[in-house]
Design a binder for this molecule. Structure first.
Ligand SMILES: NC(=O)c1ccc[n+]([C@@H]2O[C@H](COP(=O)([O-])OP(=O)(O)OC[C@H]3O[C@@H](n4cnc5c(N)ncnc54)[C@H](O)[C@@H]3O)[C@@H](O)[C@H]2O)c1
Length: 251
């Protein structure tokens, strides 16, 4: 027996980075997994992992994808809301259109996917939703105004959903990663004047002196999503190399 034997999970944004690591970890734990992404990747046989093109900005595509997963695997027990996009700049850097676009994906996308999954989660025996927030929800990080506001909203939404769904037995939590070594960060670094120096700065910002790995975030997600975390809801778990709480002295 492994932790997720007999359970079905859906991972939005499961085609890359943290989401892909969640898909691999949940599947290794015995879950059958639906991968919902703009660019989904079929990493295993379709009887274990079902890759479906879906857009978290489009309710109809999420409703159809959840139904496809539930029909194929017999229900949905776990939803991991991982799809998200970046935004760089201070509060004046982006106009209304960009603020609406980022909130539409990072915040309303969580609400849409949850709305689509809830009819199935309500019939599950140990249902859980895990949202991917960020260190930026609770720490001021330069040049991330819009992105930080969106992740702060994910944090708040996690608490509100946990309260609303507690009587349905649906646990809702979030994971707040620091800077994680994923294609997302690789793209950010590629745009820097000196990518090597910028990566060293990002690593040094975390007390552990290195970037978080996607597998480390996935391990936290699996803990929160699994039946053994049955008494844990309405909270955020930091996976940030100590960034949120530690101020170590450096030479
Ligand atoms: N990498 C980090 O340092 C870091 C830190 C904290 C939080 N996060 C969060 O983790 C999540 C994943 O980040 P990542 O680093 O793995 O990024 P990534 O770019 O490697 O993966 C993101 C995935 O989301 C998918 N996606 C984007 N928009 C979508 C949409 N509208 N519908 C469906 N899928 C969509 C992309 O296709 C991609 O596969 C994001 O929510 C991000 O905000 C990342």
């Amino acid at each position: 027996m492994t932790a997720f034997d007999g359970l079905v999970a859906v991972v939005t944004g499961g085609g890359s980075g943290i989401g892909a690591a969640c898909v691999a970890a949940l599947s290794a734990g015995g879950a059958r997994v639906g991968v919902l992404d703009l660019r989904p990747t079929q990493t295993e046989e379709a009887d274990r992992v079902l890759a479906i093109r879906a857009d978290v900005a489009d309710q109809a595509s999420l409703d159809a994808a959840m139904a496809e997963v539930a029909n194929a695997f017999g229900g949905i027990d776990i939803l991991i809301n991982c799809a998200g996009i970046s935004s760089v700049g201070d509060v004046a850097a982006n106009g209304d259109e960009e603020w609406a676009r980022v909130f539409d994906i990072n915040v309303t996308g969580v609400a849409r996917a949850s709305r689509a999954a809830l009819p199935y989660l309500r019939h599950a025996t140990s249902p859980a939703i895990v949202n991917i927030s960020s260190i930026v929800a609770t720490a001021g990080i330069v040049q991330r105004a819009l992105y930080s506001a969106s992740k702060g909203a994910v944090h708040a939404l996690t608490l509100a959903m946990a309260a609303d769904l507690i009587d349905d037995g649906v646990r809702v939590t979030c994971v707040a990663p620091g800077t994680v070594d994923t294609p997302w960060v690789a793209r950010l670094l590629a745009g820097a004047d000196d990518p090597v120096a910028e990566k060293a700065r990002l690593a040094a910002r975390q007390p552990t002196g290195r970037l978080v790995t996607a597998d480390e975030v996935a391990a936290a997600v699996c803990y929160l999503a699994g039946p053994s975390a049955g008494a844990t809801t309405g909270m955020s778990l930091a996976v940030d190399g100590g960034m949120s709480g530690l101020r170590p002295r450096r030479p």
